[in-house]
Design a protein around this ligand. Sequence first.
Ligand code: ADP
Ligand code: ZN
Ligand code: ZN
Length: 843
Amino acid sequence: MSELLDFNYPPEPAVDRVTLFADVILPLPLPKLYTYRIPFEMNDDVLVGARVIVQFGAKRVLSCIVADIHENAPADYQAKYILDVLDDKPIVTAPQLKLFRWIADYYMCTIGEVINAALPSALKLSSESRIQLHPHFNPEEDDIPFATQEAKIIYALQQNQALTFSDVGNLLQIKSYHKFIKSLIQKEAIIIFEQVSDRFSPKVVKKIRLTEHFVQEEGMLEELFNQLAPKPKQLDILLNYLQKVPVHQDINLNYAGIEKSALANNPHLSKSSIDSLIKKGVLEQFDQIISRFPVDNSVPLKPMTLSEHQEQAKDEILGLFKEKDTVLLHGVTGSGKTEVYIDLIKHALEGGGQVLYLLPEIALTAQIVTRLMKVFGDKLGIYHSKFSDNERAEVWQGVLSGRFQLVVGVRSAVFLPFHNLSLIIVDEEHEPSYKQYDPAPRYNARETALMMAHLQGAKTLLGSATPSIETYYNCKTGRWGLVTMSKRFGEAKLPEIELINVREEQHRKNMHNHFSGKLITAIETRLARNEQVILFQNRRGYAPFISCDECSWIPKCKHCAVSLSYHKYNSELRCHYCGYHERMPHDCPACGATTLKSMGFGTEKVEDDLKLMLPNAEVQRMDLDTTKKKNSYQQIIADFETGKTNVLIGTQMVTKGLDFENVSLVGILNADSIIHFPDFRAHERAYQLFVQVSGRAGRKGKPGTVLIQTRDPLQPIFRKVHSNDYTSLYEHEIEERMRFGYPPFARMIRITVKHADEKISENAAIVLAKDLTDQLGRQLVLGPEVPYIFKIRNLFLNEIHVKLPRENVNLRAAKQAISKVIQQLYQLPDFKGIRVVADVDPA
Ligand code: ADP
Ligand code: ZN
Ligand code: ZN
C-alpha cells in the first residue's frame, strides 16, 4: 500500500500551461472543501461534478466529487495532486450540487455528509472498495479486447473471486490503476461492491415459451393442434400454456413466457411432456433474471379512465400550477389519487421533463410500482434502501443517461442526479418517515423536494388524506394551491368507525387476551364471508417488556435506558434502540422465581393469540422483524392480495397507502398507546394514523368497518376520526400551535448533547444552553432537559430546543450562531469526548 501512496509526480510544469486547482467534496464529515492541484496532463479531463481520486491524510485514497475548478492555490497548505480521474462526464449535476449545498446549510451539516448519504456506495470508491467478475462475464468465451493490465486484473479475479482496490494497485505496481478498473466496468467484465453481503448474484428462474415461429407465422398454431392430436398429454400442456399466456390475444405475451413449474401445476400435466415438446422444438426453455419488481404480464393493463371527480381534480391542479409551484391534493383514502398522479406524470413526461415520485415506505412501493410499470414500462426507475449498491448505482446512472425519465423511490431518491425535473409528487406527504433523524444529513425529503423543484423550475404535488398541519397552513394562507377530493372512487364509501370500551369489556369478562369478544366475532364473520381483515398494533415483538411476578425485576438494556422487548419466535430479549439482545431467561435472575410474565403486547403476540383462537385463519404479520429480507414485503403483500392469507397483522407498515380490494374490517387493538405520546404533534399524528389505517377498509364497493379498542372512548380525537373531520382537527391544532409558538409559526432546532458520563453531559448542556441564550435571547432557548429515554448506546442525553419564530428572525444567522457556539463547546477541555447533534425541524 505505502509505496503506492508516496508519489513524486507529475513532472515539472511546462512553462505555458495553466496551473489549475480543484475544490473537492470528500464523502466525510469535514467542515470545508479541500483543494487539490490538477496535474497538467489532466487539465482537460477534470470536470465539475465528476469523480477524481485523491489521497486524504496519510493513508487514505478515495474518490470525491469536484465542486469547483479555479486557479487559486490554497493559502494555508500545500495542495496535493489529484491522482486519477474516474469519470469523463459529471455524475453529479449542477442543480444537484446546489441542492447539496442547501441541504448542508439548512440542516446544519457538512456537504461531505450530504455527498456520503447521496452517493450509492458503488460510486464511492476507496482503497477498501472491492471488485469481482461481472456475473454474466465469461473470460473463456467473451472475446472483448483487453489491455495487458486489464487482462492481469481479470486473471487475478479468476483466482481470487474478489480484490480490493489496493490489491489491484499492488498487482499492477502503478499508481493510476483506476482507469483500468473503470474500463473493465464499462466493458461489463467486472463490478464493484462494497460489502461482501452485497455481492451481486442475480436470481434466475427457468421459463418456458412457444418457439417463435409458432406465434409469428399465420396458421402455425392450428397446424400444431392437428399434429399433437394423437399426443393428448402434450396437447394438455399446450392448452394450459395458451390459457395462462393467451398469445392468440396478444403475441407479445409469448416473450415473457411462463415459469416451468407453473406450466405443470397439476397432476394431469407432466414435466416429461414439457420436455418432449422442447425436444420437438415446439416449446423453448430460457433463463430469466428475476427483476426487482416482477411485472405481472398475465394481467394485461386495463387502461383506467379518470372519473369525473378525478378529471376535475387534475384540471384544477394543472390550473393552479400556472400560478403556484406547489399544490396539495387533499383526497380522502380511496379517492383515487394514484390515477390522478399517473395522468399528471404522463403529461409531464410528454412535455420532455423528468418526474420524481416519492413514497414514504418501501412496503408501499411494491403495489404502486406494479401499477406504474404497466403504464410506463422501462422508463421507470425504482430506488430504495433494500436495493444493493450495484442496483442503486445502476438507477443513478440510468437517471444521468436518460434511461429513466421517471423514478419512484423513498426518501433518499431526492439525491438522484436529475437535471430537468418538471414534476415531483410527494405521496402521503404527512409521513414522518420522510424525515431522516440519524445520521446526518437529518433532512426531510418533502422539504428537500420542494427546494429541488425550485432549483429546477419544477412543480410539486403533495398528496395526502391527512395533510400535515404545516402543509395545510401553507394552503390556507394562499402560498400553495389546494385541491380536494372528498369522495371515494366509484361506489366505495368511507368505513364505519366503532369504538370498543376495553375497560367495560374487562368488567364483563369479555376480553380474550387483548381481543374483545366483539372484535373476535367481527373477524370470524368477515372470514366466513371470505373477506379479509387488517389488525393494527403499534409495537413489534411479543411484549414490550417482561417482569418477575415475585420481585418485579424488569430486564433492561445494558446500553440504553429502556426495557428489553421480548421476541418469542427466537426466545430473545431485544433492545429496539441499539439492537442489544440476550436469551430470554428461564428463571428470574434476581430472585430465582420461575414467574416471569410478559407485560403489554406486540404484533407477535397478536399473531400468536389469534392463531390459537382462530386456528383456521391464514394469518401473516408485517413488521420490521418479518421484512428484513429484500423481497419479503412484496411476498407478504402479494399473499394478502391474492387471498392466500386472510388476516394481516402489522405495525404502522400496514397503514400506509396500501390498496386491497377485499378488506372489510380493520381492527386497532390498542388505540391509547398511540394517543399518549408526549409531543406537540401527538394529536396530529394520532389522527393521521387512525384515519390512514381505517382507510384500508372498504375500498372497493364492499362496506368497511373499523373497530377501535380503547380504555377511554370519550377522548375528543375519536370524534374527529369518527366524522373524518380534518378541518376541525386543523383548526384546533393551528390555534394551539399559534398560542405556544410551535411550527408552522416557528422553526424548531433540537440540540442533543451526548456523553458517556452523565454529569459531563449535563454540565455541557447547561453551558451550551447558557451560551445559546446569550446569543439568541432567553425566549428562544428551552432546556436543557433530560429526555424520556435518557441513555442510548451508552451515551447520556440532554436536549435543548431552539425555537426560531418565522417572522423577524434571520434563520441563517441564527444557525451560524448555533454552529459557532457548538464549535466553542468542543474546544473546552472539561467536555472532552462530547458530541452535539443539531436536528433542524425534528420530526
Ligand atoms: P388513494 O391513493 O386516494 O387512497 P387509490 O389511488 O389507491 O386511492 O384508489 C383507490 C381504488 O380505486 C384503487 O383500487 C384504484 O385501482 C381504484 N381506481 C381509482 N381510480 C380509478 C379509475 N379511474 N378507474 C378504475 N379504478 C380506479
Ligand atoms: Zn424475581
Ligand atoms: Zn439498547
